[in-house]
Design a protein around this ligand. Structure first.
Ligand code: NAD
Length: 537
């Protein structure tokens, strides 16, 4: 091992240690004899030991704490555990368990990870960033904690989100751990319960808002561009209006994106593309209806406009394929309660309720993004099945308890005809002797690969074309086996390969669009896969 460190300095260094897997030679060389039990384990045995410990815990939050401690103690082992057991461990280090971890952040806090900026740091962000030990930062995930998952304003307790997302960047796409920077833009919180919590660790004031807020973000972004010019900034879990304001402000001049808007759109579009392989339809002929007209649904529709244009339609023609129904019914022109982002989709049509909208428009694809559970009723699914041989139904609302309908309901009410996908995972369903594996439109299918592709070619920005490319690539990677079992997404166990393919396609597209800032490597695949962090000792 190439280090000058010895004894406990190497044994207790999370990025160097192999713990009981140090060989006899390494123990001799690094002054570890006597500091470890006799047996030399291998990494797989260590993974088994961690999994035993994990499964013995009674609650997921305890599993989260165990894994978080492992990440500090032995980085490579942590990532090996995540990669080898991705389906079991992803929900523990990310949603849904990370939601609980955020709620309890100030109570379970042990060791600081990530970087905190408060209004008191105004004018000094550059100076305090010098305290961060790593200089070669490539991916930054930043939140201000105002809309953490479906949990609302959690203030600085939301730090679990950037930490969790970056762990997925490393596990899924091999971004090197020391090149990741989780950032909490702690501008306060308006959550009274949190402000009254004596253990709260964040900036204990009401949120900074308006110009002062945007100036602080601007200082952060410009500082990052100077200090870490190759870094990608991912905005995460900002309140919808701020999310759009920041994205629109920076997307054309900074290497950045918003996963809630653009990552969600890409993964949903991939699912719709994949569904055409089951329904044998041409994408450009699809009529798509959204229940819910908020940021998630609008983000998906906006990317679908690009997808229809890519298939040969004009922007105006594309919009006509996309229909919205919100809490007040069909989104149509003449309604006086619509927001700016609804306008491109407000068509000339009589205003109808949801059920009558389905009867009148007869969509092929129904996408729910309402946060309103049970809104895909039996009558809704039956109507979709009456109009389509294979109706495509996405119930994207999270968590599971908020889904518009369950997987079982979709299959049962459609008599096994529905092609179903969801935001949160559902177990397999057996209906009339057939086993269906519902696909999960998990953003982790796309954001790590997009990030890897963008940083490896040093892309200047990430335009919609790259999210479209990621969606097409992901859809092509869905295997016939997955399709046969009714799933629109590949298995998560394939995630490293999927991320690599997405990264290659994204980087390739960035070169084509003249956005890359390096010379194109002769072998792009080799170049990107050589970069990827491998947690094997
Ligand atoms: P939002 O608050 O911006 O929008 C919600 C929309 O739903 C609004 O237009 C509202 O009018 C509509 N709505 C609410 N109740 C309704 C009802 N009963 N009938 C019809 N319309 C109704 O929220 P958002 O950020 O767009 O998120 C919506 C949901 O999408 C959340 O539950 C979130 O978990 C989910 N989501 C999933 C993914 C994913 O699966 N990858 C990603 C992002 C968001």
């Amino acid at each position: 091992m190439n280090t000058k460190k010895r004894n406990f300095d190497v044994l207790h260094d999370g990025s160097l240690t192999k713990s009981v897997a140090f060989t006899r030679e390494e123990r001799e060389q690094l002054g570890l004899r006597g500091l470890l039990p006799y047996s030399v384990a291998n990494q797989d045995m260590q993974v088994t030991r961690v999994m035993h410990g994990l499964r013995r815990k009674a609650y997921d939050i305890e599993r989260y704490i165990l894994l978080s401690a492992l990440q500090d103690r032995n980085e490579k082992l942590f990532y090996k555990v995540v990669i080898d057991h991705i389906e079991e461990v992803m929900p523990l280090i990310y949603t849904p368990t990370v939601g609980q971890a955020c709620k309890e952040f100030s109570h379970i806090f042990k060791r600081s990870k990530g970087f905190y900026i408060t209004p008191e740091d105004k004018g000094e962000i550059s100076k305090i960033l010098d305290n961060w030990p790593e200089k070669d930062i490539r991916v930054i995930v930043i939140t201000d904690g105002q809309r953490i998952l479906g949990l609302g304003d959690l203030g600085a307790n939301g730090m679990g989100i950037p930490i969790g997302k970056l762990a997925l960047y490393t596990a899924c796409a091999g971004i090197k751990p020391h090149q990741c920077l989780p950032v909490m833009l702690d501008v306060g919180t308006n959550n009274e319960d949190i402000l009254n919590d004596v253990l709260y660790l964040g900036y204990p004031k009401k949120r900074l808002e308006g110009d002062a807020y945007f100036e602080l973000v601007e200082e952060f972004v410009t500082t990052i561009q100077k200090k870490y010019p190759d870094a990608l900034i991912q905005f995460e879990d900002f309140l919808t209006p701020n999310a759009y304001a920041l994205l629109n402000k920076y997307k054309e001049r900074v290497l950045c994106f918003n996963d809630d808007i653009q990552g969600t759109a890409s993964v949903a579009l991939a699912g719709v593309y994949a569904s055409t392989r089951i329904t044998n339809t041409d994408f450009k002929d699809l009529k798509i209806m959204f229940l819910g007209a908020g940021s998630a649904a609008t983000g998906i529709a906006d990317l679908m406009i690009s997808a229809f244009m890519d298939a040969g339609l004009t922007k105006e023609e594309a919009a006509k394929h996309l229909w919205f129904v919100d809490i007040n019914g069909l989104v149509v022109s003449g309604r006086d309660d619509l927001m700016e982002h609804n306008m491109p989709y407000a068509h000339d049509h009589e205003q109808l309720n949801f059920m009558d909208s389905i009867k009148s428009i007869k969509p092929h694809v129904l996408i729910g993004a309402t946060g309103a559970p049970g809104t895909f009723t039996k009558a809704v699914i039956e109507e979709m099945a009456a109009n389509n041989e294979r109706p495509v139904v996405f119930a994207l609302s999270n968590p599971t308890s908020r889904a518009e309908c369950t997987a079982e309901q979709a299959y049962t009410w459609s008599n096994g005809k529905a092609i179903f996908a969801s935001g949160s995972p559902f177990d397999n369903v057996t209906f009339n002797g057939t086993e269906f594996r519902p696909g999960q439109g998990n953003n982790a299918y796309v954001f790590p690969g997009i990030g890897l592709g963008a940083i490896s070619c040093k892309a200047k920005i990430i335009p919609d074309e790259l999210f479209l490319t990621a969606a097409k690539t992901l859809a092509q990677l869905v295997k016939q086996d997955d399709i046969n079992s009714g799933s629109l997404y590949p298995k998560l166990t394939e995630i490293r390969k999927l991320s690599l393919e997405i990264a290659i396609a994204v980087a390739d597209k960035a070169f084509e669009l003249d956005l890359a800032q390096i010379d194109k490597p002769k072998d792009l695949r080799q170049f990107i896969s050589d970069y990827m962090f491998d947690p094997q000792y």
